[in-house]
Design a protein around this ligand. Structure first.
Ligand SMILES: Nc1ncnc2c1ncn2[C@@H]1O[C@H](COP(=O)(O)OP(=O)(O)OP(=O)(O)O)[C@@H](O)[C@H]1O
Length: 670
């Protein structure tokens, strides 16, 4: 209870609640007695923090360090704590092996300085709040191992000599900085091998002061401002912690940064609050006690021991090793990605150059489907189909589509620019030009020809056109070439109908051989049935064989063939089929006159002319008409209808050619 003698009644009394109140007559040993459990906790692997707070001249340094180091009776908490620490560690020597190290820093004018230096250097130190450092918030500060109390005393003397102290009106030896003595303890349990890590922060804060009372000017005033500011930041942190705020403003001062783990972590924290018993200091006393009351309301939760069992340590080591391994793998993966990106771009260009790798209709087992099927000049679509991710897409995009942002950074294209400088470009169309330019560049980079030879890609000699007279299966691997023997690289052309017709005619011949009609009349009927969409009904075997030869195209082709045939002939073709053309199989055909047959063929001719196959259908009509005329003449002359065994072979190719027309046209549809 604080009694203000200047006031009367209730206003003169203020009551505060604390864990312990020490009167002016208590000894240093009595004060330390309540602190000792924390020291034991440090040896058990806990982090602890003891700091002294109060206005200037209130006795903080007296409590923490003591007035005289030469007399152990007046030793403060720091020495007593370390003395106890060594004493307790010695009692555990059979179970735990301890190592103790000491750091001592000060925060002066918002700068962290090492107090355990003997060369007088005032090096600024950085603060790193990392729980892995286990209290080493200032890792660059000197960490001096100590074995006994004498070692600690020697270090304390060094630290006190280095600490900034100045005389003010309130304290002739006023601490102008916050002093932090950190004791690091590491214990190893001899039986289990477990590791205990604890640290103890012993903090002697600089005292808050009213500048008008301390009469601080100049450097003292600046120090006082820094001190008050940092203590205000400490008050903000304490208030935020007390209110369980989501944001704790640790970073507002070096002091709160250094003490972050102790204030808001899993440490055991004790605060000595010093007040000045003088009546004229009652204002500062009441404000200090209010602050202390707030600090006392903070619930830090359960403290946590830093004890690592053998398993945990092994797991941590394993995690650490895995992290290192993962980092290495990621680095390797990154290198592979970079290499793959370069390789893919080059490979893409390589494929574009080779005529064997870009057939429009060919199928190569070594190629991916999207590559073999893509239209050569549709590189953008190809890219979309062949890429599953943006990265791949970017790496595989042909350069002509990305020349605005990627090409300038590619060295081999820069090389190309040098090669092509001063040379006119190929006169080919724009689309082909862009493609041929890339290919030409790549060819140069791969083959390394004579540097004076800058032949455009459009003039490259590609393999000559292969024969198409074998079968459709061989046709599928034919490199696409035009009539001049050049490859169809980058061209939007489609093969000319003549070539396809020839190729398809070869295929039809092959089909015809496999069907192997026994006689020419059978062949004749076969042709007619095909023309009228009846091949599936009359000769299902031939269709099956055809399917076996064309695994992908035939089914579609057959369907379309039927549709096209019906479209070509219409219902009138049915009449033609029932009339003269079924004559060899139907005895009633004897009644059909040549005139009717000719009329039927002419009707077929007219219907066909309405469609796109006019020329070939007309030719077919003419051939059949002449053939029927010949038959009519024979029939008239002999009076008996004979099957045309002789000479029919010579006419068959022509008829087959007409049969192949719709199928061939279907095949070249894109
Ligand atoms: N319990 C005490 N018994 C006797 N003297 C004391 C006691 N506490 C403090 N003093 C004396 O009061 C004076 C100021 O004490 P001290 O320097 O410890 O105050 P401080 O809070 O550290 O001040 P500052 O914040 O300015 O550093 C000292 O001369 C010290 O000897």
């Amino acid at each position: 209870m604080i009694v203000n003698p200047c006031k009367q009644g209730k206003d003169a009394r203020r009551v505060f609640n604390f864990n312990k109140v020490f009167a002016t007559n208590v000894t240093q040993e009595q004060i330390y007695a309540d602190t000792q459990p924390l020291i034991r906790s440090v040896l058990d692997g806990y982090n602890c923090c003891i700091f002294a707070y109060g206005q200037t001249g209130s006795g903080k340094t007296y409590t923490m360090s003591g007035p005289d180091l030469n007399t152990d009776e007046t030793w403060g908490v720091n020495y007593r704590a370390l003395r106890d620490l060594f004493h307790i560690s010695r009692t555990r020597v059979d179970f735990i092996e301890y190592e103790v190290g000491v750091q001592m820093v000060e925060i002066y004018n918002e700068q962290v300085r090492d107090l355990l230096v003997i060369d007088g250097s005032n090096r600024r130190l950085d603060i790193r709040n990392n729980s892995q450092l286990n209290g080493l918030n200032v890792p660059d500060a000197s960490l001096v191992p100590v074995k006994c109390t004498e070692d600690v005393l020697d270090l304390m003397k060094i630290g006190q000599r280095n600490r900034a102290v100045g005389a003010t009106a309130l304290n002739e030896r006023s601490s102008r900085s916050h002093s932090i003595l950190t004791v690091h303890v590491r214990g190893k349990e001899l039986v289990s091998g477990s590791i205990l890590k604890g640290c103890l922060h012993l903090v002697d804060l600089a005292g808050s002061e009213r500048v008008d009372k301390s009469e601080a000017v100049g450097e003292r005033l600046k120090e006082a401002q820094h001190i008050n500011r940092s203590l205000s930041a400490l008050g903000d942190v304490i208030a935020a912690l007390a209110q369980k705020s989501t944001h704790i403003p640790y970073r507002n001062s070096k002091l709160t940064q250094v003490l972050q783990d102790s204030l808001g972590g899993h440490a055991k924290t004790l605060m000595f609050v010093h007040i000045n018993p003088e009546v004229n200091a009652i204002g500062e006393t009441i404000s200090t006690l209010k602050f202390a009351e707030r600090v006392a309301s903070i619930d830090l939760g359960a403290a946590r021991s830093n004890k690592e069992t053998g398993e945990i340590r092994d797991l941590k080591e394993e995690i650490s090793n895995l992290k290192l391994s993962l980092e290495r793998k990621e680095a390797e993966l990154e290198q592979l990605k970079n290499a793959n990106t370069r390789g893919t771009v080059e490979s893409q260009r390589t494929r574009a150059v080779s005529p064997l790798l870009i057939p429009k209709y060919g199928v190569s087992a070594s190629l991916k489907p999207e590559i073999s099927q893509r239209p050569v000049d549709d590189s953008r679509n190809f890219e979309v189909r062949s890429s599953s991710s943006g990265k791949q897409r970017r790496s595989r995009v042909p350069s002509k589509f990305l020349d605005k942002d990627i090409i300038p950074r590619m060295p081999f294209l820069a090389e190309e620019r040098l090669v092509n400088s001063g040379k006119p470009r190929s006169p080919s169309p724009p689309v082909r030009r862009s493609i041929s330019t890339d290919r030409g560049a790549l060819m140069k980079s791969r083959v390394k020809p004579d540097p004076t030879d800058h032949t455009p890609i459009s003039k490259l000699q590609l393999p000559p056109r292969s024969s198409v007279n074998k079968s459709m299966a061989t046709m599928s691997v034919i490199p696409p070439v035009d009539n001049n023997g050049r490859g169809l690289l980058g061209s939007q052309e489609v093969p000319k109908p003549d070539n396809i017709s020839e190729a398809f005619l070869s295929f039809q011949r092959s089909i015809a051989k496999k069907v192997h009609l026994e006689n020419e009349d059978g062949q004749f009927k076969q042709v007619l049935n095909v023309r009228q969409g009846g091949i599936r009904k009359s000769k299902p075997e031939s269709k099956v064989k055809a399917k076996n030869q064309l695994p992908t195209r035939i089914p579609k082709s057959d369907t379309s063939l039927t549709l096209l045939s019906e479209l070509d002939t219409g219902g009138k073709m049915e009449e033609a089929r029932k009339s003269d053309f079924s004559e060899p199989e139907n005895e009633s055909g004897l009644n059909v006159s040549p005139v009717n047959s000719t009329l039927s063929v002419k009707k077929l001719q007219r219907n066909s002319a309405r469609n796109s196959q006019t020329v070939e259908i007309r030719e077919l009509g003419q051939k059949v008409e002449s053939f029927l005329s010949l038959k009519s003449e024979q029939k008239v002359s002999n009076g008996v209808l004979r099957q045309p065994k002789e000479g029919s072979n010579s006419a068959m190719p022509e008829i087959r050619r007409s049969r192949s027309t719709p199928r061939g046209k279907f095949m070249i549809l894109p």
